[in-house]
Design a protein around this ligand. Structure first.
Ligand code: MN
Length: 739
C-alpha cells in the first residue's frame, strides 16, 4: 500500500514538472534569462505553498495555478509579471504566504496585482453575497491594473474547463455567473476566443442535453462543411497567390453557444443555422500597408463573388471600441448561400483573438492603444456614481456592452463612439458633463432636433446649451449611456438635497411649535409613520408640500417625545434569511409536494415547471418560494445575482397530483385533424384538457391547448403520440400564459 502511494507521488512530481515545462514553452517568445529566473522562483514558491492541497478532482492543487499561468501566456499573450502573478494567484488567500512576502520576493508590482486578485476572490467566492455588487468591486480594481482582470478571467476559464468534478448546484451557479458576467467582460476586453469558450462551457453545464445534441450534429455535418469551404476558397487562393500574397485562409464554424442562441432567438432548427460560418483571410502584410492591401483583397474576393452592399463593415478605417479591426463583407456563393468573408492582417487577427494584451505586443502603433484607455475611463465614469444600485449598474453596463456602436461627429469633425440608440443628450454628456446638463436641443446635420432624438452613425451634431437649463427626471427615460444616466441621477440628487434642506427647516419650526425635540429618534419615527425610506425623502416631501404635518399633533406625548401609532416595519433581510433556512429544512433541500401545507411555494409562471423538470426554489418575501426550471430564461440572472436566495429543490414522488402545461402544435391543415388530436389527448393518453384553440391560415394550422399531466415522462409520451399524427409538424411545450 505504502509502495503504491510512493509510486503515485513520484509520478505526480513528474507530471507537475512536465506541466511547468509546458508553461515555459508557452512563454518562449517573450522570455530572457531574468524572466526564466522569476518564473522558476514563482513556480517553486507556489509548489511549496500548495504542497498539501488538492483540487476537487483529487489532483495536486499546483496544476491549477500552472494552467492559469499558461492561459495567460498562451491564450492572452501576457508577459512575465502576469505569469508570475498567475502562478501565485491563490497563495495569499489560501496559504501562509503574505503580501509582504510577495513584495520581498517579487517586487511591488506583483504585490499590487496579487492584492487585487485576492480582494476579488475574497468577495467573489462567498455564495451568500450579491454577485452584481462584487462584479462592480472587481471592475473598480480595473483602475489599478487591467492585468488583475485578465488573470481573473484566465482563472475562471480554467475553473470552467475543470468544472466536471464539482457538485451539480455549484456547477449551475458558476456556469450562470460565467455567462452573465465573465463572458461579456471577456467580450468587452476583445478576448473573442476566451469569450466563446466561456459561453460554450457554461451552456455545457446549464443545458447538457442541448449542448450534447448540437455538438453531435456539428460532428456529423463537418465533412459537408469542409467540402463547401474548400470549393469556395479555391479560386480565391489561386488569385491571391498570383498576386504574391502570403496568407492563410480558413472556414470558421460558429460556436455551439452561438448556434444555440440563434436557434432560440429566431426559433429555427439546427439545420438552418449550422452552415452559417465565416471565411477568414489572414494576410501577412506590413503594418503600414494594411489598409490598401485589405481593400485590394476585398476587390479580389468580389471579382469572384457578388457582394451584398448592405453587409460591408469597415473596421479597418474605424476600429470598434474594444479594439477590433477587420474588413467584413457578405458575398453570394455559387450555390446561392450568403457567406461572410473577413479580411484582416495577422496583427489584426492576433488582436481579435487575444484582445488588448496583443496590442501591447504591437507597441509601435501607439494610436490604437488609446482604445484601452478610453474603455477604462468609461468604466471609471460608471463606477464613480456610487449611489446607483449594483443591479442598475450591471444593466447599464451590459446595455453598453451588447449594443452596437455608432459614430458621431462634432462640428469640428472629431469622432465620438456611442452605443446604438444613443440620443443627442447622450452625445452632449459624452462631450462634457456641463454641456449635457445645460443642453436644450441640438442641430443634427444642420437641422434642429429635440434632446431625445436618436442619432445615426455618421451624423454631425452641434449641441445647443442654455445657462438656465437644469437636468430633469424625465431625461432618464430616453438617455442610454451609463455616463449620461449617472450624471443626471447625481445632479437630480443634488437638487433634491437642496430642496430637502428647506423641508428640514420647516419641520424644525413645526417641532418647535409643538414642543417636540428635534432628535434623530423622532425624525425616524416620522419616516416610519409615512412609510418612507429616508429622512431626506421626508424633508423633500415636506418642502414640496406633499405631506400634511397637521396630524403630527396626535403623535405628541410628554417630554418632547413622539410616539409611534403603528408597529414599525419588519426587517426584510432577517425574514428572508429565516425563510431560506426553513425552506432548506433538515436535508438542505426543498422537497416539492411533500410538506405542501407547511411551506409556502408556487410554481413560477415564466417557465411553468412540472414534476420531472430540473428545478430550484427562489425565496421571495412577498410570494413565498417560487419554483423555477433550471433552464428558465430568468434562471441565469437569479442564480448569479441572488445565490443566497436559491434553494435546491426536487420533486417528491407523486402520482395523484396533476400539473397543467401548455402545448403548441403546427402542421398542415387537414379535415379531421383537430378530432384526431383531441382524441389522442383524451382517450389514448387519458389526459384532461382545460382549453383548446386552433387557427388555420392558408392551409397551415396552429393550435394551443392546456393539458393536465403528472410529470415530464407523462408529457413526453403525449408529445410523442401527437407528433406521430399525419399532418402534425411540430409539438412544443409552452408556458400556460402563452396559451
Ligand atoms: Mn484560482
Amino acid at each position: 500500500m505504502s509502495d503504491l502511494s510512493h509510486i503515485d507521488l513520484e509520478k505526480e512530481k513528474r507530471d507537475i514538472l512536465n506541466a511547468y515545462r509546458g508553461l515555459l514553452r508557452a512563454c518562449k517568445r517573450s522570455r530572457d534569462r531574468e524572466d526564466t529566473r522569476m518564473i522558476r522562483k514563482a513556480f517553486n514558491v507556489a509548489v511549496d505553498a500548495h504542497k498539501d492541497m488538492r483540487r476537487k478532482s483529487g489532483e495536486p492543487y499546483i496544476f491549477h495555478p500552472i494552467a492559469v499561468a499558461r492561459i495567460c501566456a498562451e491564450e492572452i499573450g501576457l508577459g512575465t509579471t502576469s505569469i508570475v502573478c498567475a502562478l501565485l494567484h491563490d497563495t495569499v488567500e489560501d496559504t501562509d504566504i503574505t503580501l509582504d512576502d510577495i513584495n520581498n520576493m517579487f517586487g511591488p508590482k506583483a504585490e499590487q496585482i496579487i492584492d487585487g486578485l485576492t480582494k476579488i476572490s475574497g468577495v467573489f467566492d462567498q455564495s451568500t453575497s450579491l454577485q452584481a455588487e462584487n462584479f462592480r468591486k472587481m471592475l473598480l480594481t480595473l483602475s489599478d491594473d487591467v492585468r488583475v482582470i485578465l488573470i481573473k478571467l484566465a482563472d475562471r476559464l480554467h475553473n470552467m474547463r475543470t468544472l466536471g468534478s464539482m457538485r451539480r448546484d455549484k456547477q449551475l451557479k458558476i456556469a450562470s455567473e460565467t455567462s452573465y458576467l465573465y463572458a461579456p467582460l471577456a467580450h468587452r476586453l476583445g478576448l473573442y476566443s476566451i469569450k466563446s469558450e466561456l459561453e460554450d462551457l457554461s451552456l455545457k453545464y446549464k443545458e447538457p442535453d442541448v449542448y450534447a445534441e448540437i455538438s453531435e450534429k456539428l460532428k456529423k455535418t463537418q465533412a459537408v462543411r469542409a467540402r463547401f469551404v474548400s470549393r469556395f476558397i479555391l479560386p480565391l487562393k489561386r488569385a491571391l497567390t498570383n498576386e504574391g500574397f502570403r496568407f492563410e485562409i480558413k472556414g470558421r464554424p460558429k460556436s455551439i453557444y452561438s448556434i444555440w442562441n440563434k436557434m432560440r432567438k429566431k426559433g429555427i432548427p439546427f439545420e438552418e443555422v449550422y452552415d452559417l460560418f465565416a471565411i477568414r483571410i489572414i494576410l501577412e502584410i506590413p503594418q503600414e500597408n494594411e489598409k490598401p492591401l485589405c481593400w485590394r483583397v476585398y476587390s479580389i474576393v468580389t471579382d469572384f463573388y457578388q457582394p451584398n452592399p448592405d453587409r460591408l463593415r469597415d473596421w479597418v478605417s474605424t476600429p470598434k471600441g474594444n479594439g477590433y479591426e477587420s474588413l467584413h463583407t457578405t458575398v453570394m456563393s455559387p450555390t446561392g448561400k450568403w457567406v461572410e468573408v473577413q479580411i484582416r492582417s495577422l496583427r489584426m487577427d492576433d488582436i481579435a483573438e487575444k484582445g488588448y494584451a496583443a496590442h501591447w505586443k504591437y507597441k509601435e502603433s501607439s494610436e490604437n492603444e488609446s482604445g484601452l484607455d478610453v474603455w477604462l475611463s468609461k468604466i471609471r465614469d460608471m463606477l464613480e456614481n456610487t449611489e446607483e444600485s449594483a443591479l442598475d449598474f450591471i444593466d447599464d453596463f451590459k446595455m453598453n456592452l451588447f449594443s452596437d456602436e455608432i459614430f458621431i461627429f462634432t462640428p469640428k469633425g472629431d469622432l465620438k463612439t456611442l452605443p446604438a440608440g444613443a440620443t443627442t443628450l447622450d452625445f452632449a454628456f459624452e462631450i462634457h458633463t456641463q454641456v449635457g446638463a445645460s443642453c436644450i436641443g441640438a442641430k443634427v446635420n444642420h437641422k434642429l432636433v429635440p434632446l431625445s432624438h436618436k442619432l445615426k452613425s455618421g451624423d454631425q451634431v452641434e449641441i445647443i446649451t442654455s445657462s438656465k437649463q437644469k437636468p430633469k427626471a424625465d431625461w432618464l427615460d430616453f438617455v442610454v449611456t451609463a455616463k449620461a444616466k449617472s450624471k443626471i441621477k447625481s445632479s437630480l440628487k443634488e437638487e433634491k438635497n437642496r430642496v430637502a434642506a428647506d423641508g428640514k427647516e420647516i419641520l424644525q419650526r413645526k417641532f418647535k411649535n409643538l414642543k417636540v425635540h428635534f432628535t434623530g429618534e423622532n425624525v425616524t419615527l416620522l419616516v416610519n409613520h409615512y412609510k418612507l425610506d429616508s429622512a431626506t425623502e421626508l424633508y423633500y416631501r415636506i418642502a414640496k408640500g406633499n405631506i400634511d404635518l397637521k396630524p403630527i399633533k396626535k403623535l405628541v406625548v410628554k417630554g418632547g417625545q413622539l410616539k409611534a401609532k403603528a408597529t414599525p416595519s419588519t426587517r426584510k433581510q432577517s425574514t428572508l434569511e429565516q425563510m431560506v433556512t426553513n425552506a432548506r429544512g433538515k436535508s438542505d433541500q426543498l422537497v416539492i409536494g411533500d410538506d405542501m401545507e407547511k411551506i409556502d411555494y408556487t410554481l413560477s409562471k415564466c417557465c411553468n415547471p412540472i414534476p420531472g423538470d430540473d428545478v430550484f426554489g427562489f425565496v421571495t418575501v412577498q410570494d413565498g418560494i417560487k419554483i423555477h426550471r433550471e433552464n428558465c430564461p430568468n434562471a441565469t440572472a437569479l442564480m448569479s445575482n441572488y445565490a443566497y436566495r436559491i434553494v435546491k429543490a426536487r420533486w417528491a414522488s407523486q402520482e395523484l397530483i396533476e400539473f397543467q402545461t401548455g402545448l403548441r402544435f403546427t402542421g398542415i391543415d387537414d379535415v379531421g385533424l383537430v378530432n384526431k388530436i383531441t382524441g389522442i389527448i383524451s382517450t389514448q393518453n387519458n389526459v384532461n384538457m382545460r382549453s383548446i384553440s386552433f387557427e388555420t391560415n392558408d392551409g397551415v394550422f396552429e393550435g394551443n391547448v392546456i393539458v393536465f399531466v403528472h410529470d415530464t415522462d407523462h408529457l413526453d409520451h403525449l408529445i410523442q403520440n401527437l407528433t406521430d399524427i399525419d399532418g402534425v409538424l411540430k409539438v412544443e411545450r409552452i408556458a400556460n400564459d402563452d396559451v
